[in-house]
Design a protein around this ligand. Structure first.
Ligand code: BDR
Ligand code: CA
Length: 311
């Protein structure tokens, strides 16, 4: 199984991404889950990550708390999307499993140093603060990372928090700049992909029809989340952004993209946090990421629903 660390700010879609990974132990080994401030403040993301592990029956998973604010900026949150708790929708009990004492950034560094080089993949699903802090503090870990598969950015689909920026990158653009410049193999799931992974009514019904606590909770979470996107964008359902990352580990062939140069805007008056993706390869700058552009959405929901049914 591929060893991963999930870095996350749950978030309903983060929760589904975590559930998909935990449902797939023969392909994915979750070494730990590191929480970061993003959709909601750190105490809530640290709590929500544990709520989801308990929902999956996996109280053995180690959950670490990380950075409570971006590297240089004030935290911007997204309660308008995810609700006050970050996990609004289902009624899930408070977690009893403990939070690990070690700081998430130390856990990331220690794990990459202790595991064989090239054997650990990082899966960031929120602002890139923890990952950038680890790379800054311990540059020796960069060549030891197998790959970073992250949800963030947008190109043709522009932005969701500003006209040009996607939330995860916008919240901590300096961190994103460090990650995109680290020379680590990068796979990026931008809004261009995730806005095609929509939970339509039949797909939501299929979660509910699993007839399990997990199926029920995922249906309730995507119902809540869906409300926002329908009202705001008139889209057909909730975009399952973050599960695209864990689905990629299971079924890379569901996604298509291009190996291109992607730079992060950290100064623009109107474009702060924009992922400047050289899709047409006009800049002459060296490629640093596989930037995905499309997804087989039916294939994605098929594997997701089937896996959730295993929990
Ligand atoms: C990203 O921002 C968050 O609201 C979601 O969890 C996802 O990671 C989408 O822009
Ligand atoms: Ca997220």
């Amino acid at each position: 199984a591929r060893k991963i660390i999930i870095d996350t700010d749950p978030g309903q879609d983060d929760a589904v991404a975590i559930l998909l990974a935990l449902a797939s132990p023969s392909e994915i080994e979750v070494l730990g889950i590191t929480a970061v401030a993003g959709n909601v403040p750190l105490p809530l993301t640290s709590k929500n990550a544990r709520i989801i592990c308990e929902l999956a029956g996996r109280t053995d998973v180690k959950v670490y708390s990380g950075c409570d604010a971006p590297l240089q900026r004030k935290l911007v949150t997204a309660e308008h999307v995810h609700g006050k708790t970050g996990l609004d929708g289902p009624d899930l009990p408070d977690p009893v499993m403990p939070l690990q004492e070690q700081h998430a950034v130390d856990f990331i560094i220690e794990t990459l140093r202790n595991e064989p080089a090239g054997s650990v993949t990082l899966c960031p699903l929120g602002p890139l603060t923890n990952i950038a802090a680890a790379l800054q503090r311990a540059p020796d870990i960069a060549p030891r990372i197998q790959e970073i598969v992250l949800m963030g950015g947008a190109y043709f689909e522009v932005g969701n928090i500003t006209p040009t920026a996607e939330f995860n990158i916008y919240v901590d653009p300096e961190a994103a700049k460090i990650v995109f410049g680290a020379g680590v193999p990068l796979v990026v799931m931008p809004l261009d992909v995730t806005h095609k992974a929509l939970v339509t009514k039949p797909r939501n019904d299929a979660f509910r029809a699993l007839g399990t606590p997990v199926g029920h909770a995922v249906a309730e979470m995507t119902d809540f989340f869906e409300r926002f996107d329908k009202e705001k964008y008139g889209s057909a359902g909730a975009p399952l952004h973050d599960p695209c990352v864990t689905a990629y580990l299971l079924r890379p062939e569901l996604f298509t993209g291009r190996r291109i140069n992607v730079e992060i805007e950290t100064h623009g008056d109107f474009t702060l946090g924009m992922t400047v993706a050289d899709w047409w390869r006009v800049s002459g700058r060296a490629p640093n990421a596989i930037f995905m552009g499309d997804i087989d959405a039916d294939g994605f929901f098929e594997v997701l629903t089937e896996r959730l049914g295993r929990l």
